[in-house]
Each structure stands twice: as C-alpha cells, then as structure tokens.
Design a binder for this molecule. Sequence first.
Ligand code: NI
Length: 174
Amino acid sequence: MVDVEKCRMTRWPTPVLVQKAQPIEDIDDSIQALAEKMKDIMVEYKGVGLAGPQAGVGLRIFVASLDGTKENAKVYINPVITPSGTLVVNEEGCLSLPGIWGNIKRYSKCSIKAQGLDGKEFTEQAEGLLVRIFQHECDHLDGTLVADKLSTVAKIAARRKLRQLREDYENQNK
Ligand code: NI
C-alpha cells in the first residue's frame, strides 16, 4: 500500500530517483489515490509528465498530459515502450532537476503498452512531444535522469547546479 499522504515532489539526489522502480501487481485504492496525487503534483509544478519516483514512490507508473492540465492527464501503469523512427535532439528539462536543461536525443516515434487504472492493457502510438515525454518518464522508472544523458560539455555546465541540488538535499535531510 502506498501512503499518499507522504508523497512529495522529489529532487535529485533523492535515492528513489536513481533506483529501478518496481512493477505494480495490484491496482488497489492506494494506486488510484497515488495517480490522483501525481496529477496534482504535475499540475502544481507545471510539468507535462511525472513518474512515480518523482512523487517519492518506487513503482512503475507515470502520468502524462500534453497541455499540462489535470483533465487531459493519462495514467500509464507498468509501461513498456518500443521506440522507432529516427533520433531527434531537443531541449529537455526535468522537474526533479530544476534549472538543468540539455539537448537530449530521443526516438521520433514509439509504441507504448501499459495498463490503465482499470487494470486493462492498452497500446498507443506516439510522435512529437508525447513520444519525448514517454521516453523521459520510462527512463525515470529505470532510475535514469536527463543529467545522465547530457553531453560532456553540458555536464560540465550543469556541475554547479547539481552541486547546489546536492547541498539542498543534504540540508533538508540533516
Ligand atoms: Ni523528469
């Protein structure tokens, strides 16, 4: 059971963000509540996607909303992504790495298979911004962050910001 009351936006280097998330076996009431809470956090922080670990929960779930609204937010449980097409570079950020932006290579198309809150499996095809969101959020479920995918030059540029985030985390967890 997930304790939704404890769910908060997490920032790097919170351990749950860099660990592999676990499959959801039982879509119980706490998962329904978690999905609601994740949508709220995503909207509050003006994101277009949010993965379980970003709410402090190491489970394979993410929400995505192309326009950032709660109404259009969709829930993906135990997603499996199959990328295709060509690699496209675009600027990308992450709510768990505030202030860090980088040019990240992503596939231009994908198909995604996941379960909804009703437990039913569905498959979607995606392109454009949505395919980038899907790949970004699926990375989160494997503990991979955009900071891991930056070029060497961008990594050097992000060093100071990462150091600040680490200090903030250490101060909050003293
Ligand atoms: Ni992110």
